[in-house]
Design a protein around this ligand. Structure first.
Ligand SMILES: [Zn+2]
Length: 257
């Protein structure tokens, strides 16, 4: 995806580590237990940043949900990703991120599977995406759906349910909702932050993070293409801190009940 590094990642990493300690300490006093999952979007091409990302999760034995864009995936790429991912397949939850990651809405917010599309068009593209991932990823594909731009319409929810998907992952508060398909939404955004003032965003980020922990389920969205050194340093500190906290369960979509 196109974009640049968010201003928050020009902050001093030592300040970030101190604030994380404080935030975790205060939040942990308020809640009993919380589940935490990490979701990395726009997965398909191997890259240096992708290797670093996977290395961090592997070293910290933390599960990661990987949202794969089916149209960008090939057998060659999958072979390369598999080498980077390493032997412990149990850490990774490879699932579907749209079909081509194309916007189909003429106005308003971007959506690939939004309300302007017919049920037939949605069903065809969802099936194309699933078929591609099943044929390339084999039994490592998990039937779970992250719509591009974190939103989708009611046809999409209905078709996913018909197709036997386990759930969707959108943004907190995304509409429409489904009565039956669970939405394991993200409520913390690490790398697509829009605030121009990094200092102000720093405060906003920790507020977002505490609030997410206090709800009992914290979903963290990652865009590895937009990570710089500070972003990698912070993610490492974050994974180490969360991994040693007994009140937290670090899991992927396939481990939710
Ligand atoms: Zn995306």
């Amino acid at each position: 995806m196109a974009g640049s590094v968010s201003a928050i990642w020009n902050c001093d990493p030592r300040d970030m580590a101190r604030s994380l300690d404080k935030c975790l300490g205060e939040s942990l006093e308020k809640f009993g237990r919380a589940k935490v999952f990490f979701r990395a979007d726009d997965i398909a091409a191997p890259s240096q940043n992708f290797s670093r990302l996977m290395g961090l999760f592997r070293d910290n034995k933390t599960p990661l949900c990987l949202a794969v864009v089916p149209a960008w995936m090939s057998h060659t790429r999958w072979e390369a990703l598999g080498k980077i991912a390493g032997d412990d397949a149990s850490l990774w939850c490879w699932h579907q991120h749209g079909w081509r990651h194309r916007n189909h809405e003429a106005t308003g917010k971007k959506q690939e599977f939004g309300p302007s599309r017919t049920r037939e068009a949605v069903a065809r593209d969802l099936a194309l995406g699933r078929d591609r991932l099943e044929s390339v990823l084999g039994n490592q594909f998990y039937p779970f759906f992250t719509p591009p731009w974190n939103r989708c319409g009611s046809h999409t929810l209905a078709v996913l349910e018909d197709m036997g998907y386990s759930g969707v992952s959108r943004s907190k508060g995304a509409l429409p909702t489904s009565d039956t398909l669970p939405d394991l939404f993200v409520n913390v955004d690490l790398h697509t932050r829009r605030e121009k003032d990094g200092g102000k965003d720093f405060q906003a980020f920790f507020h977002e993070f505490s609030q997410a922990l206090e709800t009992g389920c914290c979903g963290v969205m990652i865009h590895h293409q937009l990570m710089n050194e500070t972003a990698f340093d912070f993610l490492e500190v974050l994974l180490q801190a969360l991994g040693t906290e007994k009140k937290l369960d670090l899991i992927a979509f396939n481990a939710f009940e």
